[in-house]
Design a protein around this ligand. Structure first.
Ligand code: ADP
Length: 459
């Protein structure tokens, strides 16, 4: 009952098909009748005139009685009536017509039949007047019957064919419905097989892709939760352990300072972690850039380097800068996150006394910034994964960080409709290249490229 209920698409399609078929046949029928009726009637009149001529010839060439001739010439297509007196004929005749009749000619007269005014043929046959009136029905009934039969046959054959066709069309949709139900229950392994390139196949193809994406998101979500818990667990248990040590013993001053120092360090790490998680969550949930302002991109990068002065001075790093004056329209705060994370990574992974080069190049459609260090490099197999949240290559765990920096950078470049790529040689160094497109309104803005050339940051 549910399968062929009133809501079933199959039943709906069959009913729609039958409705269209019957409706269009009826329309075609009415159209044909209106356009061809007059033509058929005219043909009938000509035919009757010929018929009357034949009857008259028969009378002339044979000795048959008038009644016999009339009887012989009767057909189902017209009615033959014979009258002895003019006044008995059920039509009105004028003098001219009477005269023609008396001279033996056949004439057309108007008479009523089947609620229509039609023309009959009247002529004199020996002593009688013969009126030949066409049976309109005899002409039209077989045609009408044939059309009705055609409609019924078409409807039956069509309904069966459409049922088969709809069944074929519905098959993949049914599979898709079943698969959607499974996905709704959290089963992300389901895939719908499809053939061809029609709309339903395309739908199945996108459905499969969507399920794979959902599976990936689900995996990332689970992975994210376990990574967050793991990242929080380590400093918390460290704080817990050192706090217990402080509480249990009467510690000498130097130990007390050491333990409280660790606790402060761990809390700072936790603060940084939660702030990075918040940042990532904010940019992950953001779908477009809403805060736009024009700012000097080169200045922003210089300020970021100064902000990280403590870190690079400890390692006595050198900077090689190629930062021509460049005005950019975008979210200043978000974009600064890119430089903070990339430059602090470059510092973090650089060796003592090495150099970091930062180059800004204005292109026609975009601005390109590359940050190059001479640090440890990123091993080839993990290079693809460095943009994943919480991912840290082997050996990086020991250093300060939580693997969120590049995930934030990646998302921010995506929001700016830009891109980020990485080139790295293990043991030699790493170059991150960020490309940010000029926003439309910015194209008309003058981009000042005055200070081209090398600069050195004051130490
Ligand atoms: P982290 O807080 O660990 O720096 P990121 O997301 O910023 O997290 O970076 C992820 C990982 O990518 C790092 O742990 C490190 O293994 C690698 N990485 C990032 N930048 C560099 C770099 N400049 N040189 C070498 N490895 C890097």
């Amino acid at each position: 009952m549910r399968r062929l209920g009133f809501t079933s698409i199959r039943l709906k399609l069959v009913l729609i098909f039958m409705g269209i078929l019957i409706g269009s046949c009826q329309l075609a029928f009415t159209f044909a009748i209106n356009f061809y009726f007059d033509k058929v009637i005219k043909d009938m009149e000509t035919q009757l005139m010929t018929e009357s001529g034949l009857i008259k010839q028969l009378a002339e060439k044979t000795n048959l009685e008038a009644e016999e001739i009339i009887r012989l010439s009767r057909t189902s297509f017209y009615q033959t009536d014979a009258y002895y007196r003019v006044q008995d004929i059920p039509v009105t005749l004028d003098a001219k017509q009477l005269k023609l009749l008396q001279t033996g000619q056949s004439i057309y007269v108007s008479t009523q039949r089947e609620n229509r005014e039609i023309r009959a043929t009247l002529f004199r046959l020996r002593e009688q007047y013969v009126l030949l009136t066409p049976h309109v029905g005899a002409y039209f009934d077989p045609v009408a019957q044939m059309m009705v039969n055609t409609i019924i046959n078409c409807a039956i054959i069509g309904a069966v064919l459409i049922l088969i066709a709809v069944r074929q069309i519905m098959k993949p949709l049914k599979k898709l419905t079943e698969a959607t139900r499974e996905v709704a229950q959290g089963k992300f392994t389901v895939q719908v097989p499809y053939k061809g390139r029609d709309e339903v196949a395309l739908l199945a193809q996108y459905f499969n892709r969507m399920v794979q994406e959902l599976k990936h998101i689900e995996y990332l979500r689970k992975d994210f939760v376990s990574s967050v818990s793991h990242e929080f667990k380590t400093p918390i248990s460290s704080i817990h352990g050192f706090a217990q040590l402080i509480q249990a013993e009467s510690l000498p001053r130097d130990k007390f300072l050491e333990y409280t120092g660790v606790i402060i360090e761990e809390t700072e790490r936790l603060t940084k972690l939660s702030s990075n998680i918040l940042k990532l969550s904010r940019v992950e949930n953001q779908t477009m850039i809403t805060q736009r302002s024009s700012f000097a991109l080169d200045e922003q990068i210089r300020k970021t380097i100064l902000l990280l002065e403590k870190e690079w001075q400890q390692k006595e790093l050198d900077f090689e800068l190629e930062l021509p004056k460049t005005i950019y329209l975008g979210d200043e705060e978000l974009i600064q996150q890119i430089w903070i994370n990339l430059i602090s990574n470059a510092i973090k992974f650089s060796g003592y006394g090495s150099c970091i080069s930062i180059r800004l190049t204005s292109l026609e459609q975009s601005v390109r910034i590359s940050i190059e260090d001479e640090g440890s490099g990123i091993p080839e197999p993990v290079r693809e994964r460095i943009f994943e949240a919480f991912f840290q290559a082997e050996g990086s765990h020991a250093r300060e960080g939580n693997g969120l920096g590049l995930a934030i950078v990646k998302r921010v470049t995506e929001l700016c409709r830009g891109s980020i790529t990485v080139q790295s040689v293990e043991g030699e160094g790493t170059t991150f290249t960020v490309v940010l497109p000029w926003l439309e309104s910015e194209l008309n803005m003058e981009v000042m490229n005055t200070h081209k050339g090398h600069e050195s940051l004051p130490g």
